[in-house]
Design a protein around this ligand. Structure first.
Ligand SMILES: O=C(O)C1=C[C@@H](OP(=O)(O)O)[C@@H](O)[C@H](O)C1
Ligand SMILES: C=C(OP(=O)(O)O)C(=O)O
Length: 449
């Protein structure tokens, strides 16, 4: 069964200003989808800028297990020879999605309406995460699932031999659930409808349209409504993956917190379903310029120029949660260094990510000398002002890349160094994190202080 290797303790400490250009890797959400839609298309999909993080590599492996030919032709350059909608073969081994909720949930969706059976597992973090949010809607198409108590992995899905189309209102704001339903709907006859109360990241919709599916999106009294015409022939595409705003968040926040910093982060997706953090940081007083705004790979992108800023706490609008859901850990670090209190409501989904991110951030921030308050759905950070966070702790990362990177950013701005017990999960989403941060002048080393 999947593990995540030996723990790699890491430590960051205060140093000089951060300077230079931070070229963050490709977007993780779009990378998963490029491989999956390529596998469901007819012809050869050519991808550039693919994130070669472990989460995405596990999805590439899974697509091979379902019959697609997936090959790497250079750094970030991948080809997928697809099998077409309804063409998935039955895998002859267990599909191990490692640490990736997106990978496992989207793949369960896209095999659920084919007459095949597949068994899924993942690492110790993924095996704790709820899969009922996907097995409930795919049951409506006719798929069956057999997992551990609480809808946990390992889990076997028996795809529907004669799928029926579904109309489904997502009970939580989740692009993974929405996407799983849409991908299942691809091989069902007729129209599959997904309604979401709060719009979430829309890469699946954008990319399905790009691959030739008939898909409409409208705002209705019931919510944001997506209608997909089933059984399209998806045609192979060229996909240029833009840089990941969720990875850009780490150098951006580090530059805001380290005095004298001035960095450029080029080509970062500014998709409005993903750019919540940048709006929040601006409201906190951040000096971020959005330069050279343009379209790349079907997504709005900009070059971000970021300079050190003295920030103040705010109340983050709850309705913005979906557009910055993965950025709350690093936002809570920024909040700790700001003056005044930052209130983050509407964040209960953080409790079912790679770790319980409210708990992981709360305990680690407390260990670093920051006062926090939390309830099921809210995190409140009492900022200490620039340069005033004591630090000097080792924080537990719970096999969660974003928790690891967030505390390493805090260590660059705290009085004493900060260690994390295990930085190895960083490789799931941001394999070049250490080199990229070192290139900006940050001091992040392996080992405990
Ligand atoms: O669809 C996606 O690519 C993702 C959706 C989000 O998860 P949820 O759907 O659980 O909110 C996000 O946290 C994850 O990193 C990527
Ligand atoms: C939540 C995340 O990913 P996933 O759900 O795909 O594991 C993330 O990358 O922050």
């Amino acid at each position: 069964m999947s593990g995540h290797g030996d723990p790699i303790p890491m430590t960051s400490r205060k140093g000089g200003a951060l300077r230079g250009v931070a070229e963050v890797p490709g977007d993780k959400s779009i990378s998963h989808r490029a491989l999956i839609l390529g596998a469901l298309s007819v012809g050869r999909t050519e991808i550039t800028g693919l994130l070669e993080g472990q989460d995405v590599l596990d999805t590439a492996k899974a697509m091979r297990a379902f019959g697609a030919t997936v090959t790497q032709h250079g750094p970030g350059a991948w080809w997928v020879e697809g099998v077409g909608v309804g063409g998935f073969a039955e895998p002859d081994h267990v599909i191990d999605c490692g640490n990736s909720g997106t990978g496992v949930r989207l793949i369960m969706g896209c095999m659920a309406t084919s007459p095949i059976t597949a068994t899924f597992t993942g690492d110790a973090s993924l095996r704790k995460r709820p899969m009922g949010r996907v097995t409930d809607p795919i049951a409506l198409f006719g798929a069956q699932s057999y997992g551990r108590a609480g809808g946990r992995l390992p889990m076997t899905i028996v795809g529907a031999a004669e799928p029926v189309p579904v109309s489904y209102t997502t009970p939580m704001a989740s692009a993974q659930v929405k996407s799983a339903v849409l991908l299942a709907g691809l091989n069902a006859p007729g129209q599959t409808v997904v309604i979401e109360k709060t719009p979430t990241r829309d890469h699946t919709e954008r990319m399905l349209r790009g691959f030739g599916a008939e898909i409409t999106v409208e705002d209705t009294a019931e919510g944001h409504k997506i209608t997909l015409q089933g059984q399209p022939e998806l045609k192979a595409q060229t996909v240029a993956v833009p840089r990941d705003p969720s990875s850009a968040a780490f150098p951006v926040c580090a530059a805001l917190l380290v005095p004298g910093s001035d960095i450029l982060v080029p080509g970062v997706s500014q998709n409005p379903t993903r750019n919540g953090l940048f709006l929040t940081l601006k409201e906190m007083g951040a000096d971020i310029e959005f330069l050279n705004e343009r379209e790349e790979g079907g997504e709005p992108v900009a070059d971000l120029r970021v300079r050190y800023s003295e920030l103040h706490g705010i109340t983050v609008p709850a309705e913005r949660a979906a557009a910055q859901i993965d950025e709350y850990p690093v936002l809570s670090v920024v909040a700790a260094c700001a003056t005044g209190t930052t209130i983050m409501p509407g964040v209960h989904e953080l409790r079912v990510k790679e770790s319980d991110r409210i708990d992981a951030m709360a305990r680690g921030l407390e260990a670093c000398g920051v006062r926090i308050e939390e309830d099921e759905d809210t995190l409140i950070v009492h900022g200490m002002g620039p340069g005033n966070v004591p630090g000097g702790a080792t924080c537990a990362t719970h096999i969660d890349h974003r928790i690891a990177m967030s505390f390493l950013v805090l260590g660059l701005a705290s009085q004493q160094p900060i260690s994390v017990d295990d930085g190895s999960p960083i490789a799931t989403s941001f394999p070049v994190f250490e080199d990229l941060m070192a290139g900006l002048g940050a001091t992040i080393e392996r080992g405990v202080a």
